[in-house]
Design a binder for this molecule. Structure first.
Ligand code: FAD
Ligand code: SIN
Length: 543
């Protein structure tokens, strides 16, 4: 059995630095990430104090911006918080924190009304908000914008609002390398931008760095989703919870050379069907809810159907639907497919599953507080207990705005009570002896992502997970101890750390539950496993 304790990821800082020798920038609250969670947090914190807002690419380049299906909230008179809570709990397969589910679902309508006040244009029918449905929801309760461009509208709204606040200072194309800590207290962020390394020193830090889909070869996630926040928090000693639960989306466009773009679950909510290469609809053979079964069920059914038919993918069929309505409702998907000469109303659209969402993450409480003092987390990087072992579609944008606000309020209020500016730091970390050198980073990244797709993916089993963990640790042995000076390399180092954590957690959980499926333990085992898996870097921190 592999040693499941920390491997080479146990080193404290990715890079050498002497705090006394590099510039400091001060702010009361530092927010890392400009997706729905980071922007919402920054807006809230700026109501109390000064905020420094970092993003590793432009502020628009986030997973949020690509969200299609929508944002779930109880706004229809015929719907109820209790029903949304019930759907979320059922999908979470026994691991949701029921109090968090009630809190987040309950706060949803208020957050949406606020977005509407800030100018968000969600789609309407006859002047009233229009709702769609996705798998696992017992009702149509998902708001959308421009048909299938909900995330873009959310980003426009939040960026507009945040840009109007002069207490927020923006730093784009700025890579957060590590959280700086002493005595399990967060003191700031070691970061790097065009001008070189600097320390963002603050009273509170909020991580809103999004997910880690890029550790998989097949993913819907944009290039920013390399799990930096989870890796940084792990190195700093925070509790990392439930990272075995990686959600795979069943319908990603599968065409050689095309990007693995998402084809929203909402298309099935509006009537599209999954069919095999003979044109047979197959989902009813796997689940009573058919095409709207939970995502883990649909993903495994798609794999089983590919296996049966020997095809590399299955298809989405819109041909029985009114073409004009389809074009109107899904303009983004229409355009995406048209770029590959596919008309969604006439051609079957080739799809297969890919990694989509990290259900686990940095453990937080209901105010976004992590287990490191003064460090908060919100959005996909965090694990609040809202999703349990599986995430209901369109619940993550909801969680991001609710928890972003809560983390921003808690961090902002407490930072504002501190009278003085944070003091300069004296921390230091020695440079690794070996420079980055001639490693082929692209080759390493491809190898890691392929391995994770084959072994850490939709169907897992113990011996293969152990072997994969051994392989990742071997790569870590000559990659993590090197001194790099460019963001791409730090991202790769983070991906290796997160991959290790996912494999370790997947090995530890000897059962199948929600999105975690083990062929060698195919049943859910409530007696032994109805609890979360926590990983923590045990080694004492220097300084
Ligand atoms: P993100 O929006 O991913 O933002 C992360 C931010 O962190 C970025 O600004 C990035 O630059 C920054 N960052 C990361 N690392 C660093 C670093 N080292 N230094 C500095 N900055 C850093 N969910 C729904 O609820 N409904 C949907 O319809 C939906 N559709 C989706 C469609 C797609 C294609 C994808 C990929 C996801 C979808 N999801 C959807 C999931 C949802 O979009 C995400 O979970 C959510 O947007 C995450 O928001 P976030 O603010 O946590 O992170
Ligand atoms: C989708 O549109 O299918 C994605 C929705 C989500 O991930 O919540």
């Amino acid at each position: 059995m592999n040693d499941l304790k920390s491997g080479f990821s146990s080193q404290r800082y990715l890079t050498g630095f002497h705090a006394r020798e590099i510039p400091h920038q001060f702010a009361d609250v530092i927010v890392v990430g400009t997706g729905a969670a980071g922007l919402r947090a920054a807006i809230e914190a700026a109501g109390h104090c000064n905020v420094l807002l970092l993003s590793k690419q432009t502020c628009e380049e986030t997973a949020t911006a690509y969200a299609q299906g929508g944002i779930a909230a109880v706004l229809d008179a015929a719907d109820s918080v209790e029903q949304h809570v019930e759907d979320t709990l059922r999908t979470g397969c026994g691991l949701c924190d029921a109090r968090m589910v009630r809190a987040i679902v309950g706060e949803g309508p208020e957050r949406i009304r606020e977005l509407l006040d800030w100018g968000a244009k969600f789609d309407r029918e006859d002047g009233r908000l229009a709702f769609t449905r996705e798998g696992g929801h017992s009702r149509a309760r998902i708001l959308h914008a421009d048909g299938d461009s909900t995330g873009a509208e959310l980003m426009n709204t939040l960026i507009r609002k945040a840009r109007a606040l002069d207490k927020i200072r923006w730093k784009e194309n700025c890579f957060a390398i590590d959280l700086l800590t002493r005595d399990r207290t967060c003191l700031g962020v070691l970061a790097h931008d065009g001008g070189g390394g600097f320390i963002a020193r603050g009273h509170r830090v909020i991580l809103a760095t999004g997910g880690c889909g890029r550790i998989y070869r097949e993913t819907t996630n944009p290039s920013i989703a390399t799990g930096d926040g989870i890796a940084m928090a792990y190195r700093a000693g925070a509790d990392i919870e439930n990272v075995e639960f990686v959600q795979f989306h069943p319908t990603t466009l599968y065409l050689a050379g095309a990007s693995r773009a998402l084809i929203s679950e909402a298309v099935r909510g509006e009537g599209a069907r999954l069919v095999n290469k003979s044109g047979q609809a197959f989902m009813k053979n796997y689940h009573l809810a058919g095409d709207l079964a939970p995502r883990d069920v649909v993903s495994r059914a798609v794999l089983a159907e590919m296996d049966k038919t020997g095809d590399t993918n299955v298809y989405l069929d819109f041909s029985h639907m009114d073409p004009q309505e389809v074009y109107l409702r899904f303009p983004r998907i229409k355009k995406l497919c048209a770029a590959c000469h596919l008309d969604i109303t006439r051609h079957p659209i080739p799809v297969r599953p890919s990694a989509h969402y990290m259900v686990g993450g940095v453990k937080t409480d209901g105010r976004g507080r992590t287990t490191i003092k003064n460090l908060f987390a919100a959005g996909e990087v965090a694990c609040t207990g809202f999703h349990g072992a599986n995430r209901l579609g369109s619940n993550s944008l909801l969680e991001s705005v609710v928890m972003g606000r809560r983390a921003g309020a808690a961090a902002g209020e407490t930072a504002a009570k501190r009278k003085s500016q944070p003091k300069p730091l004296l921390l230091r970390s020695e440079k690794a002896a070996i420079a980055g050198g001639d490693l082929d980073l692209a080759d390493l990244e491809n190898s890691l992502r392929s391995l994770m797709w084959r072994i850490g993916g939709i169907v897992r089993n113990g011996p293969a997970l152990e072997a994969a963990l051994g392989r990742v640790r071997f790569w870590q042995s000559y990659v993590l101890k090197r001194q790099f000076s460019e963001p791409e390399a730090w991202s790769l180092q983070n991906m290796m750390t997160v991959a290790e954590l996912v494999l370790r957690a997947a090995l530890i959980r000897r059962e199948s539950r929600g999105v975690h499926y083990r062929k060698d333990f195919p049943n859910t085992n409530d007696r032994n496993w109805k609890h979360t898996v926590i990983l923590r870097r045990e080694e004492a921190e220097p300084g």
